[in-house]
Design a protein around this ligand. Structure first.
Ligand SMILES: Cc1ncc(COP(=O)(O)O)c(C=O)c1O
Length: 433
């Protein structure tokens, strides 16, 4: 594949790529976790920890989180709702980062949990969420997953189809449920993470909804749910969603899904949590308990990935490739939907040399960033990509038999390893030879 093709992405999730970045910043941009700073040595600090020291102690690649960022975002959701109503429930959409440590923080912050599989349910329970505060989602839940949820006492199952209504009524008559609705609203985001449009594998269309509501006799129908999609900046569709669902009947619960967008690049300014919650509540009728399910906007900016630069290859007149020790196995989002990231050298933030950041996988498309301005990267430098807290670790693979990176949580200068790095032995652990 020609280099120009190698960095071209099929679709763009986050807007146009940045060709350059503003040169030398005195502090990290707003895409980094809260409290990030440059210390006296000019090194990036996350959660009070020097990133170069983290790289030395835990190796690279590594996912690093500022714990307090997660707490602060949860508090922002809580405060935004509490200032306007006492009828609300905030669910952590755990698919964004289904991890016991994150779940522990968010359950302690008083959030409920959205799980989309038996595995996520297991992680949520391990992470301290009370079963009755868990909502089980999924467009094709297996009978085993439904039984597991019912046995564990999961509060609500979000039923996605007529087939599932039949299945659940047989397994657990009387179970409390929400119905997932496809509201026919298309937000402005990448097609792969847009879910509210009529042509969707998720949910029951508005035309079919009255029939589905009638079919819920053997279950306890408590409300409706819809999720428009993810990484959404325009709030208007959320207001419309509340109106559409409200028009479908009177229910005690109205779950408006997740989807609030976050800044991946310094030029992006997403709406605040407060503005988002305002819109959600505006469209909802009095007396209804409004639920929302943020994932990305709780944990996305909380995490960064540390890599080590291995090679710098300049192709005169074409491009400079900076190859790092990870790639599409630890962050497939650029390849999946053209997601844009920025990067910095951890002890020389900013810079002017425009480079493509490539991974180490056997694919020309293994390019994490098509063009980013760096400060003369060299082999051995620690390179940081911010905003990898959501949908990175959870989408990671072992492609090329790369062991998956560790996860480190940082707070007030203390770093704790919450997931160890995989070993070569781990790679063969399940093989029965
Ligand atoms: C049903 C549902 N709820 C919530 C979310 C979380 O979305 P986000 O991470 O954009 O907030 C998703 C993400 O795909 C989802 O499918």
């Amino acid at each position: 594949m020609a280099p120009a093709e190698a960095v071209a992405h099929a679709g763009e999730e986050d807007g146009p790529a940045l060709a350059t970045q503003a040169p030398p910043p005195s502090h990290p941009s707003h895409v980094y976790p809260l409290g990030s700073r440059l210390n006296e040595a000019g090194h990036l600090e996350i959660g009070g920890c020097d990133v170069l020291e983290l790289a030395r102690e835990f190796g690279t690649p590594a996912y690093v989180y500022a714990e307090d960022h997660i707490r602060a975002r949860a508090a922002a959701y809580r405060e935004a709702f509490a200032a306007r109503t006492d009828r609300f429930e905030i669910l952590y959409a755990s698919k964004a980062f289904p991890h016991v440590a994150a779940n522990r923080i968010l359950s302690a912050e008083g959030l409920s949990c959205d799980v989309a599989s038996g595995g996520e349910l297991y992680m949520a329970l391990r992470g301290g969420f009370a079963p009755e505060r868990i909502y089980l989602h999924g467009n094709n839940k297996s009978e085993a997953e439904l039984r597991y949820a019912v046995d564990q006492g999961v509060g609500h199952i979000v039923v996605d189809s007529f087939d599932e209504l039949d299945r659940l009524e047989r397994i657990a008559p009387g179970q409390a449920i929400l119905l997932r609705v496809t509201p026919g609203i298309e937000p402005a985001t990448h097609a792969y993470i847009s879910t509210g449009q009529e042509d969707s594998k998720f949910g029951i269309g508005l035309d079919e909804l009255p029939r589905a509501i009638e079919r819920c006799q053997g279950l306890e129908l408590r409300g409706l749910h819809a999720h428009l999609g993810s990484q959404i900046f325009d709030l208007e569709p959320f207001g419309k969603l509340a109106e559409v669902l409200t028009a479908m009947g009177d229910f005690p619960l109205l779950n408006l899904g997740g989807g609030l967008g976050i800044a991946y690049t310094s030029d992006q300014q997403p709406p605040s949590i407060d503005e988002y919650v305002e819109v959600l509540l505006e469209g909802a009728p009095e007396g209804v308990t409004v639920l929302c399910e943020p994932g990305r906007s709780l944990v996305g900016n909380a995490g960064v990935t540390l890599y080590t630069v291995g090679t710098v290859k300049e192709i005169p007149g074409v491009r400079t490739y900076v190859a790092v020790d990870g790639g599409m196995s630890d962050n497939p989002r650029p390849m999946l939907y053209g997601a844009h990231y920025e990067a910095d050298i951890a002890d020389r933030m900013g810079g002017e040399r425009v480079c493509a950041v490539a991974g180490k996988h056997c694919e020309s498309g293994d390019v994490l960033i098509g063009g980013v301005a760096l400060d003369d990267p060299c082999p051995g430098d620690v390179l940081v990509t911010p905003v990898t807290g959501a949908y990175a670790h959870t989408m990671a693979s072992n492609y090329n038999a790369l062991p998956r990176p560790p996860i480190v949580f940082c707070r007030d200068g203390d770093a704790r390893l919450v997931t160890r790095r995989e070993t070569y032995e781990d790679l063969a652990l399940r093989d029965l030879v």
